[in-house]
Write a protein that binds this ligand. Structure first.
Ligand SMILES: [Zn+2]
Length: 689
C-alpha cells in the first residue's frame, strides 16, 4: 500500500514537473524543426503547441491520433505478444531479463511513437500522458550505455556478458536508432523543459562524434537510413554547440570514404553527395539524407550542398513523383545507366528504389510510407531555405495523398507499401501486403512514422519570418505565436478546405506596425482562380499560381480576409512518357487525388472495365458522407463500363473485340480513404474515352 502511495506521489510529481511548462526561449525555438537562427532559412515554424486545429479533415485526423492512434500503438509496442520494441528497452535497462528480439531498427520505431505521444502532450497537456512519457523516458535513459551508445540489439547481449561489436554490420541500423533518439529528445526538451532525454541524446551525439573522429570509414559504412543527420542538427539547434554542426558536416564528408567497391545506391554511398544530380536508390534512405543535408545547408550556407539538393528535387518533381506525392516506385531497381555506368557489370541492384525517369508503375508500386514521409520532411526544409511556394505545393500534395493513406481512418491498420491500383486478378506474389494490416512485425517503421507525422501536421500550416506570417496550408486552425522580438500574432482560419476553397482569415491580435501576410496560391489552381477580399473589399492583383500572394499593411485586430480558391473536380493526365498511365486520367478535387473502389460500382460492373467519358465531359456531384467514422467528400458521376469478355486463365493476348460501353453510376472517394471498407479493388488512374 505504501509503495503504491509512493508510486502515486512520484507520478503526481512527474506530471507536475511536466506541467510546469516548457523552457524559456524565443518563439520558434520550441518548434518541431528550429530554424530561428539558421542563417540560410527564410522562415521558421511556430512552437509545437502554437497552432491548434479547429475541426476539419486534419483536425479530425489529429483527434484520431490523440484518441486512438497513439494509445493503441503504445499498447501494441509495449505488449511482448505483438512487439518486442519496449521489452528490448526494458531488458537493456536491466529491468527484465531475456534476449533481444525483433528487427534491429525497432528502437528507432519505438522512439517515433514516443515523439508522437510527446507532440500530442504538447497540445493536450494531459497529466496521465505526461507521466507515461516521463516513465518511458526514464527507462530509455537507463538503457543507454555510459559512453552514449544506445542500440538494444547490442546492449542486451552485452549485459549478458556476450561480446558484441558495434558498427559491424550496416543492417544493424545503429545510426538510425540514435538519430531518432536525438529528434525525439529535441522535441521532448522543447515541449517539457526536461533535459533527461536531451542529455541522453547529447551523449549519443558525442559518441558519434568520437566514432567519426576515430573510425570515420566504419561510421560511413554503417550510416544506414540516415535519420541522424536531422537528429544531430536538432541537437545542434537545441544546444547551440557548434561541435554538432561540424559533426553533421563531417557525416556528409565521410560518405566519400566508402570504397567504390562497397558503395551502392542501397545506402546512397555510390558517389559523394555533391556529385548527385538524380534521385536514385533506396527511397527512404535517399529522402532522409536529402532532408538532413538541407538542415546542414540551412546552417552553414554551403552552396555546393544546395546545388545537388535543387537538382535532385527537380529530378523527382519532373520525372519520378507519383500523382499522390509518393516516391520510391520499385520493389527492385538498379543504379541508373549512364556515364560512367554504361556497362552491365557496374549496374547494381537496389531494393525499394527510385525508378528510372518516368518509371511509375501502379499495381506494383512500392512507395513505402516512410519514403513519402521523408520526402515531406525534406520538402518543408527546402521551403524553409528557399521560400519557394512550389515546395509548399508539393508538401500539401504529399501530406494529403501520400501520408494520410498510411493509416486507416479508424487509426489501427497500416500500409507499408502504397499501390495506386489493386486488382484481385493480379495475384503476383509481392513481399508486402497490398491491403491494410494490424501489425507489421518484420518492419514496423511506417506505422509510428505516419502517426507522428499526423500528430505533428499542424506545425506545417503556418510559418513566421520578420513581420511576416506565411500561410502554407489552408485548414481550419488558429495560430497564436510570437515573432523573435516577442510581439504576438493571433490568426484564426475558418474553412472547409480541402473540400471547399472558401477561406476566412481573421486577425485576433496583431502588432501596430506593418505586417506581411504571405498566402500560398496553389500551383494547381487556374490563373485567376484565387481571389482576396479584405473586410469585404476585393484586392486587385495578379495572384499567380505557384507563388505566395503578399499583402503588406498595418492590420487591425478583427481584420477579416476572405480568400476564394475556385476549384471543382477536374481530370488530370500524366506525361505520356509514363507508360503505365498512358491514355488514362485521374480525378482531382482541390489538393486531393481521388480513386474508385470496387464496392462503389453497380452490381456486375468490373473495375477493370471502367472508363471515364471525355465527350461529353464527365460531370461530378460532390457530396459529404462518412467512411469508417471520418467525414469525406465523395464524387458521384456517370462512367462508361464495357462488358468485355472475361480473360481466361493463361490468356495473355487476344484479338480485340469491341464491347459497346454503357453508362453506369459510380462513386470516387479520396485516395487517402481507400481500403477502409474491406479488401476492395481500387484504381487511381482510369482509362479515358
Ligand atoms: Zn517504413
Amino acid at each position: 500500500m505504501r509503495r503504491r502511495l509512493r508510486l502515486a506521489r512520484t507520478l503526481v510529481m512527474l506530471a507536475g514537473a511536466v506541467l510546469a511548462g516548457a523552457p524559456a526561449g524565443r518563439a520558434g525555438e520550441r518548434a518541431l524543426v528550429d530554424t530561428t537562427r539558421s542563417p540560410k532559412a527564410v522562415l521558421y515554424m511556430p512552437d509545437l503547441a502554437d497552432v491548434r486545429w479547429q475541426g476539419g479533415l486534419l483536425g479530425e485526423r489529429f483527434a484520431v491520433a490523440r484518441d486512438t492512434m497513439v494509445p493503441h500503438m503504445g499498447e501494441l509496442m509495449r505488449n511482448p505478444a505483438t512487439s518486442p520494441a519496449w521489452t528490448n528497452f526494458r531488458i537493456a535497462a536491466g529491468l527484465e531479463s531475456g534476449r533481444f528480439r525483433g528487427p534491429p531498427f525497432n528502437d528507432g520505431d519505438f522512439l517515433k511513437w514516443l515523439e508522437a505521444a510527446i507532440q500530442i502532450f504538447a497540445v493536450t497537456r494531459e497529466a496521465k500522458l505526461g507521466a507515461e512519457i516521463e516513465e518511458t523516458v526514464a527507462v530509455i535513459v537507463r538503457a543507454q550505455r555510459e559512453d552514449g551508445y544506445l542500440h538494444t540489439q547490442a546492449i542486451v547481449p552485452q549485459r549478458a556478458g556476450e561480446p558484441r561489436r558495434e558498427f559491424a554490420d550496416r543492417e544493424h541500423f545503429e545510426t538510425y536508432n540514435m538519430g531518432h533518439l536525438m529528434t525525439t529528445a529535441a522535441v521532448h526538451h522543447r515541449v517539457t523543459g526536461q533535459r533527461t532525454l536531451l542529455e541522453a541524446a547529447i551523449k549519443a551525439a558525442d559518441y558519434l562524434e568520437r566514432l567519426c573522429r576515430e573510425k570515420p570509414q566504419e561510421l560511413a559504412r554503417n550510416a544506414i537510413c540516415p535519420s541522424h543527420y536531422m537528429g544531430v542538427m536538432e541537437i545542434h539547434r537545441s544546444t547551440r554547440d557548434p561541435r554538432y554542426l561540424r559533426l553533421a558536416e563531417q557525416l556528409i564528408e565521410i560518405r566519400s570514404l566508402v570504397p567504390p567497391a562497397e558503395g551502392s545506391d542501397h545506402n546512397q554511398d555510390r558517389m559523394p553527395f555533391r556529385q548527385m544530380t538524380e534521385a536514385v536508390g533506396h527511397a527512404v534512405r535517399a529522402n532522409y539524407l536529402y532532408a538532413g543535408v538541407t538542415d546542414v545547408y540551412a546552417e552553414n550556407g554551403d552552396a555546393t550542398l544546395l546545388a545537388p539538393l535543387r537538382a535532385i528535387a527537380d529530378n523527382i518533381a519532373t520525372r519520378k513523383l507519383y500523382v499522390t506525392g509518393m516516391t520510391g516506385a520499385l520493389y527492385d531497381g538498379a543504379s541508373p545507366d549512364g556515364v560512367p555506368h554504361t556497362q552491365h557489370k557496374f549496374i547494381r541492384p537496389v531494393h525499394q528504389a527510385y525508378g528510372r525517369s518516368y518509371q511509375l508503375p501502379n499495381l506494383t508500386a512500392y512507395n513505402e510510407t516512410c519514403a513519402t514521409i521523408g520526402y515531406g520532411m525534406w520538402l518543408w526544409r527546402m521551403l524553409a531555405v528557399t521560400g519557394d511556394a512550389r515546395f509548399a505545393d508539393q508538401f500539401e500534395q504529399t501530406l494529403y495523398n501520400g501520408v494520410l493513406p498510411g493509416i486507416s481512418l479508424e487509426g489501427k491498420h497500416y500500409l507499408y507499401t502504397n499501390a495506386l491500383r489493386k486488382l484481385h486478378a493480379f495475384d503476383v506474389p509481392l513481399r508486402w501486403s497490398r491491403a491494410r494490416v494490424a501489425n507489421i512485425p518484420a518492419s514496423f517503421c511506417c506505422p509510428p512514422n505516419v502517426v507522428r507525422t499526423i500528430a505533428e501536421a499542424h506545425n506545417y500550416v503556418y510559418a513566421l519570418s520578420a513581420d511576416t506570417v506565411w500561410v502554407n496550408l489552408y485548414a481550419a486552425s488558429t495560430l497564436d505565436s510570437r515573432w523573435l522580438d516577442g510581439t504576438r500574432v493571433v490568426l484564426r482560419q475558418e474553412t472547409d478546405y480541402p473540400w471547399d476553397g472558401g477561406v476566412k482569415l481573421v486577425f485576433d491580435d496583431v502588432p501596430g506596425r506593418d505586417v506581411t501576410l504571405k498566402l500560398r496560391v496553389p500551383g494547381w489552381l487556374k490563373r485567376g482562380a484565387f481571389g482576396v477580399r479584405i473586410n469585404g473589399e476585393p484586392v486587385a492583383g495578379d495572384f499567380a499560381p505557384g507563388t505566395y500572394a503578399e499583402l503588406r499593411r498595418r492590420w487591425r485586430k478583427g481584420d477579416r480576409l476572405q480568400l476564394d480558391l475556385a476549384f471543382r473536380p477536374v481530370l488530370w493526365e500524366a506525361n505520356p512518357l509514363i507508360e503505365e498511365t498512358l491514355a488514362q486520367v485521374v480525378i482531382r478535387h482541390g489538393p486531393l487525388v481521388y480513386c474508385v473502389e470496387s464496392n462503389d460500382l453497380p452490381a456486375g460492373v468490373r473495375l477493370a472495365d471502367l472508363a471515364l467519358s471525355l465527350r461529353p465531359p464527365t460531370a461530378f456531384r460532390v457530396q459529404r458522407e462518412r467512411i469508417a467514422g471520418a467525414t469525406v467528400a465523395t464524387l458521384t458521376f456517370d462512367a462508361l463500363a464495357a462488358a468485355t469478355r472475361t480473360w481466361a486463365p493463361g490468356e495473355l493476348y487476344r484479338e480485340h473485340e469491341p464491347a459497346p460501353p454503357r453508362s453506369v453510376p459510380v462513386k470516387a472517394v479520396p485516395y487517402f480513404a481507400w481500403g477502409n471498407r474491406g479488401d476492395t479493388e481500387m484504381t487511381v488512374w482510369l482509362p479515358a474515352r
